[in-house]
Write a protein that binds this ligand. Structure first.
Ligand code: HEM
Length: 416
């Protein structure tokens, strides 16, 4: 695969490929038949998701000597995610992402979580979103389309969906664009901590050193960016300290970049491989919101999240002991035939029922409206500017792949 835009190759190690590899991108092409087969026998599988496909567990750090279960049905997944911390706790992340991100909102349970959540929801408020759309998101998206619009062909993954979300998130944070390749690399090394712990921890330290400097500057001289807002935000009358802000930023960089790149790639793949539905959206843009939801359901970009049990409990009647790791398979839940008819089909006209791609319950994705807005601006801009956009008929086997994270490796298209 060609080196992707944004990668800094100061040695032969490519963190982007290492991450895809560690998470099974090249090992699992289509997990859905297996999910369906197991789901038909039980809503909960006794074992980790990897055990269904591959024998080795790349995230073994997380499950050292604890029993692992996977919630697969829609009801099992929502039951676990609805929990405020008891019996299913988000502290499961403390042993994985927490090692490199610090104590972020992701690993907090109630009531600690609720205070942070309210504060951060303010940062992602409607007025901020409107400003971001005009000042950052639309210009970023058009900047990337400008590069290939006159050419008649492009790889929409390498040239568009991969680079634009990380530009958006660093733009919103107010980080200098020239440092962006470095951030992108660190962000990926950070979330690949299970695959390469030493690199993950080193990336976390480098990000911290860098970000602490920026936070200090913004405390002295606030600007119109998200770090300035966080540097002056107060929780229970006290300002967030540097470590609290750093933990949030180390979560936000990968959360903002990695998932949105994959979700917009998956939606484009769904539309391009179903030209009648692409044409319908091109002609009637009011169909775009339902197309986005169907893309998120059909090919959920992040298929699994985790929880830990803090007491003996049950999931949909299946007993689960205390201190077990629970993989919560949103990818499987979004294909549950008890909720969606013919779930394997991409159909933007299907009866609508909200998917769980952004999670569910207290931790439901904080950036979901931003992600939807970025995708809306991106797809509208592509359809406005690239007439007769279609998959390149000579493209060799375009497809979506991966287990934990799913997306196409390439999207070669023609237009004009
Ligand atoms: C399509 C794109 C995205 C997907 C599929 C996605 C998915 C998710 C999921 C499944 C969770 C829940 C994790 C859990 O409960 O364990 C989550 C949480 C979160 N997401 Fe996203 N996300 C996306 C985009 C974004 C963006 C653009 C941002 C911010 C810039 C963001 C920031 C966050 C944060 C801060 C949380 C933690 C919320 C909390 O713990 O209360 N996400 N996301």
């Amino acid at each position: 695969m060609p080196a992707r835009a944004g990668a800094v190759d100061d040695d032969t190690y490519d963190p982007f490929e290492a991450f895809d590899h560690a998470l099974g991108a090249d090992k699992v092409r289509n997990p859905y038949p297996k999910f369906a087969e197991v789901r038909r026998t039980s809503p909960v599988y006794h074992g980790g998701i990897w055990k269904l496909f591959i024998s080795d567990e790349p995230m073994a750090m997380a499950y050292n000597n604890v029993p692992v279960y996977t919630a697969l049905s829609y009801d099992a997944v929502t039951q676990v995610l609805r929990s405020p911390g008891r019996p299913f706790s988000s502290s499961a992340y403390a042993d994985t992402m927490g090692i490199v991100m610090g104590h972020s909102i992701l690993e907090m349970d109630e009531p600690e979580h609720a205070g942070y959540r309210t504060l951060l929801e303010g940062v992602f408020g409607k007025r901020a979103m409107e400003r971001w759309e005009v000042e950052t998101i639309a210009p970023t998206i058009h900047h990337f389309i400008d590069r290939f619009a006159g050419r008649g062909h492009a790889d929409l993954v390498r040239e568009f969906t991969f680079p634009f979300p990380v530009h958006v998130i660093t733009g919103l944070l107010g980080l200098p664009q020239e440092d962006l390749p470095k951030f992108h690399r660190w962000a990926i090394e950070l979330i690949n901590v299970g695959g390469d712990p030493a690199r993950g921890i080193a990336a976390s330290q480098k990000l911290r050193e860098y970000l602490i400097g920026v936070i200090e500057q913004r405390r002295k001289e606030p600007k119109e960016d998200m770090i300035s807002v966080l540097a002056h935000a107060e929780l229970d009358g006290t300002r967030l300290d540097d470590e609290q802000i750093c933990a949030f930023l180390r979560l936000l960089l990968p959360a903002g970049a990695e998932t949105t790149y994959r979700s917009s790639s998956n939606l484009l793949f769904g539309l391009l491989s179903h030209p009648d539905q692409l044409e319908a959206v091109r002609k009637d843009r009011s169909l775009l919101p339902q197309a986005i939801e169907e893309g998120l359901r059909w090919e959920t970009p992040l298929t699994n999240i985790i929880r830990r049990t803090v007491e003996d409990t049950e999931i949909c009647g299946v007993p689960v002991p205390a201190n077990a790791a629970i993989m919560v398979c949103t990818g499987s839940a979004n294909h549950d035939e008890s909720r969606w008819e013919d779930p394997e089909a991409f159909n933007i006209f299907r009866k609508r029922f909200p998917p769980v791609a952004f999670g569910f319950g207290p931790h439901v994705c904080l950036g979901q409206h931003l992600a939807r807005m970025e995708t809306t601006v991106a797809v509208n801009a592509l359809l406005d500017r690239l007439p007769n956009l279609r998959l390149d008929p000579e493209a060799v086997d375009p497809h979506i792949t991966g287990l934990m994270f799913r997306s196409p490796v390439a999207l070669p298209v023609l237009f004009g």
